[in-house]
Design a protein around this ligand. Structure first.
Ligand SMILES: [Zn+2]
Length: 833
């Protein structure tokens, strides 16, 4: 139990630099906040559906003002969202948003959990959501997290009573929370969980309402709030120099992939809660009223509470180390408790406080960022005590294999100790990767078969060093995850996680290769060495009627980290066919069939994901012309690669450089997704682009959201973008203009071209448009009216302007053939001279 908790505990320190892996270095005021927290034994669990649903003002208030153990349970990791900062979608976006949440919690002081539910994309109602999720599994996860976290109070972000008014995932999260609240205390519900956790009954369930649920701020201001709880979230933390809302804004601004940068405010503020279950407190500002949040709730805890109250009272901001003797005594008393919920939680918290009070700095740095199973790394160990308190470093152990090394060493005030340790990784070490992606899940669920892993937010890293340090005859184990760091001439000290990788990984360079008939295509496969001196062969695994030459390509790579690309000549069969090609490297008779994907952004920890090394080969019946395309990137997408695969010449141009002169080199201008939300320079280039169209060319604009637009004039004619979307990827598509060239030339488009689409058909369709536009397609989700804004075509002068909300950015990288054929027709709409 205690190990389980230790692995789940997130460092809940405040206001550290947002760079992940960086050690926490709290100052005297932050340490005091940690000490105050030691004496509060109450907890709140906030429940919603996605990363960014959570109310950071409330989380920060509960964590920093109330000092409560506060967590956010996000049912999903946000795979189905859009990405404002790069091309990653689906599980890679989920991995980014997971890290963004972890960074947000470091700032607001909360902890983070997830269920196995997968954000499969927009869902219009909870019934659909709970059909695509495995309802029983998600409920089981919510029950499990409640039993494990043991919240006194649960707060729902959404209202279970208003299905259809918001994303189905949102309403479903509230419904599941409501149901779990009534079931977690029943041992007959999910009895297998009781090997790991105990039954638990939270005291109260709230709904965190806001103006949004009332339609407008004005309506909410006027609404009768006498029955609501009013939580004063506008507090100012004098010791920290920040208002609660300023902290909340810093936290919210971690959601960079969602463009949720937020500016902090100051002054009085309120959050409103509606009590859904449990007894009503008299004081409508205190959700903990009547709940014992002191050490008295733990059997034998009273004396610990008294001692910690004394530590808090006597805390010396000029000399935090004066608190250490009592903190160490309190730690020792905790170890004697016959209890296993608060004991491990508070033991971890107090260890952090002891290290912070003494300036105790402990670090284990690997000499490499990546290593392979069975290989060894050199660890540089640093240990230093920067206080007058006597400390003895009894020994250092490593995990997962417990090996104790070094002789007992006295840690004298401000004297640095360095040690070198060789660590050999077990040959069966798994690769470092998000555990929830290790096995193939379903559209609605991640596959996680190990119950105790469910809920854990982050990648599980088992490589650790334990420093056993004795203070006043009490030995305290301090655990540090092995990290890697280096000095960057520009950025300074850069921390990276330490990762385990395979001996070799391969990547088929183009995720989609289009074959036009039986012509030969050259396919590149990148081979990356995970260790020095790797020799072997790479093969392409294809169905029998496809041919690759050579059969295998030898490689010999001297240095770890180095990449080589080998090439195959591939011939497709005569008939149209879509296949998944696999690349495999064979080294010493062992198969390596994984692709390593690195995700690297400054605001989050670096991560790697391993996927089967696969790519789509499409032998398509498609006709394309010779159009030269200028592509203006928006938020980021992979469409230009797909266009090149189709045989077009594509130049990615910067909006700033657009001029009449430069457009002379092109036949078509295409804007990337959300270009009119993200590229301010476009505002000044629209007239040039419209003139380009009028002179007899084509402009294709992909979807934009309702967020701020860089210009009101996206098109030469008026139209209004709406929230209309078709989320059912298999919804029947009707052709409003069956004779229109875009459906007939050069490729005859039929309903078959809308088969096999992924996640959705399209989003943010216009709902009203000038009569200059011709709507081409119509489709709708079940139970809804027809949506006709998926593709609007207007003749402008001698050319054509096309606006489309169809999600080409999702379909093309997935190798959906109909999307390629339709796009070819859009490009060909303007007859070439
Ligand atoms: Zn959401």
């Amino acid at each position: 139990m205690s190990k389980l908790h230790a692995s789940l505990l997130l460092s809940a320190f405040l206001f550290q630099s947002a760079f992940s892996q960086q050690p926490q270095k709290p100052n005297a005021a932050e340490i005091f906040s940690q000490i105050q927290k030691l004496n509060f034994l109450g907890s709140v669990l906030y429940i919603a559906a996605h990363p960014d649903d959570e109310n950071t003002r409330l989380i920060s208030y509960m964590a920093n003002e109330k000092k409560a153990r506060t967590a956010y349970l996000s049912l999903t990791r946000g795979d189905g969202g859009q990405n404002l900062i790069g091309p990653e979608l689906r599980e890679q976006l989920g991995a980014i948003r997971t890290q963004e949440l972890l960074e947000a919690r470091k700032i607001d002081g909360g902890e983070q959990f997830f269920s196995r539910a997968n954000d499969f994309g927009y869902s219009k109602n909870p019934e659909e959501t709970l059909k695509i999720w495995n309802k029983d599994e998600v409920l089981s996860d919510v029950v499990y997290m409640i039993r494990k976290f043991q919240p006194d109070v649960i707060i729902n972000r959404f209202d279970a009573r208003s299905p259809g008014t918001t994303h189905g995932h949102h309403t479903a999260s509230a419904m599941l929370s409501f149901e779990a609240f009534e079931k977690t205390n029943d041992p007959k519900i999910y009895p297998n969980q009781l090997n790991l956790v105990q039954v638990w009954q939270p005291k109260r369930l709230f709904f965190n309402t806001s103006w949004w649920f009332y339609g407008s701020k004005e309506k909410f201001d006027k609404a009768d709030k006498t029955n609501l709880f009013n939580i004063p979230t506008g507090v100012y933390y004098a010791a920290l120099g920040k208002s609660n809302q300023e902290i909340a804004a810093l936290s919210r601004s971690r959601h960079q992939s969602q463009g949720f940068g937020n500016t902090g405010v100051r002054g009085e503020d309120s959050e409103f809660l509606e009590l859904l279950k449990g007894d009503a407190p008299k004081d409508k500002t205190n959700i903990f009223e009547g709940i014992d949040t002191s050490w008295n709730r733990v059997k034998g805890g009273k004396a610990i509470g008294e001692l910690l109250a004394k530590v808090e009272k006597n805390y010396d901001f000029k000399n935090p180390s004066a608190s250490i003797p009592d903190l160490v005594r309190a730690y020792a008393m905790m170890q004697g408790l016959d209890e296993n919920h608060w004991k491990p939680i508070k033991s971890e918290e107090i260890k952090k406080a002891i290290a912070a009070c003494s300036g105790l700095y402990l670090e284990a740095v690997a000499d490499n960022q990546e290593t392979t199973p069975g290989n060894s790394v050199k660890l540089k160990i640093e240990a230093i005590n920067r206080s007058a308190i006597a400390m003895q470093l009894t020994n250092i152990g490593t995990l997962p294999e417990s090996k104790n090394t070094i002789a007992s060493t006295e840690l004298k005030n401000n004297i640095i100790h360095n040690f070198d340790i060789d660590l050999t990784l077990p040959s069966d070490s798994g690769f470092t990767q998000p555990y929830w992606l290790e096995q193939k899940g379903t559209v609605g669920m991640y596959a996680v078969n190990v119950q105790k892993n469910i809920g854990i937010p982050d990648i599980i890293r088992n490589q650790k060093v334990i420093f056993n340090i004795t203070i006043n005859n009490v030995t305290i184990p301090f655990e540090r995850t092995i990290i890697y760091k280096y000095n960057d001439d520009v950025k300074g000290e850069v921390y990276r996680p330490f990762d385990i990788v395979p001996d070799v990984s391969t990547t088929i360079v183009d995720k989609v290769t289009i074959f036009n008939g039986a012509k030969t295509k050259t396919v590149g496969v990148k081979v990356k060495a995970g260790k020095d001196n790797v020799k072997g062969n790479v093969q392409l695994e294809l169905p029998e009627n496809w041919k690759a030459t050579p059969k295998e390509n030898a490689f010999d790579i001297a240095r770890k980290g180095e990449e080589r690309t080998v090439y195959f000549e591939v011939v497709a069969p005569k008939q149209s066919e879509e296949i998944l090609a696999k690349s495999v490297a064979i080294v010493d008779g062992k198969r390596f069939d994984k692709e390593q994907i690195n995700i690297n952004y400054e605001h989050i920890s670096k991560q790697q994901i391993f996927k089967p090394a696969e790519a789509h080969f499409l032998n398509l019946d498609i006709k394309t012309g010779k159009e030269r395309i200028a592509y203006i990137m928006g938020a980021g997408d992979e469409v230009p690669n797909s266009l090149r695969q189709m045989g077009y010449e594509v130049s990615i141009i910067k909006a700033e450089t657009i001029s009449k002169e430069m457009l002379k080199n092109f036949d078509v201008v295409m804007t990337g997704i959300r270009a009119y939300n993200t590229v301010p320079a476009l505002a000044f280039k629209q007239q040039i682009l419209f003139n380009f169209v009028a002179e007899g060319h084509t402009m294709i604009v992909q979807y934009n959201t309702l967020d701020d637009f860089v210009t009101k004039d996206i098109a030469p004619f008026a139209f209004k973008i709406s929230r209309d979307r078709v989320t059912e990827e298999d919804a029947e598509v009707a052709f409003l203009e069956p004779k229109h060239p875009i459906l007939n030339y050069p490729n005859k488009i039929t309903s078959a071209d809308f088969k096999g689409w992924k996640q959705e058909q399209g989003l943010y369709y216009p709902s009203e448009w000038d009569k200059a536009f011709t709507p081409i397609l119509s489709a709708h989700d079940k139970g809804e009216s027809d949506k006709k804004g998926a593709m609007l075509v207007a003749k402008h002068g001698k050319g054509h302007y096309i606006y489309t909300g169809l999600s080409f950015f999702r379909e093309l990288p997935e190798g959906v053939s109909g999307a390629f054929r339709l796009l070819a027709n859009m490009i060909a709409i303007q007859p070439q001279k």
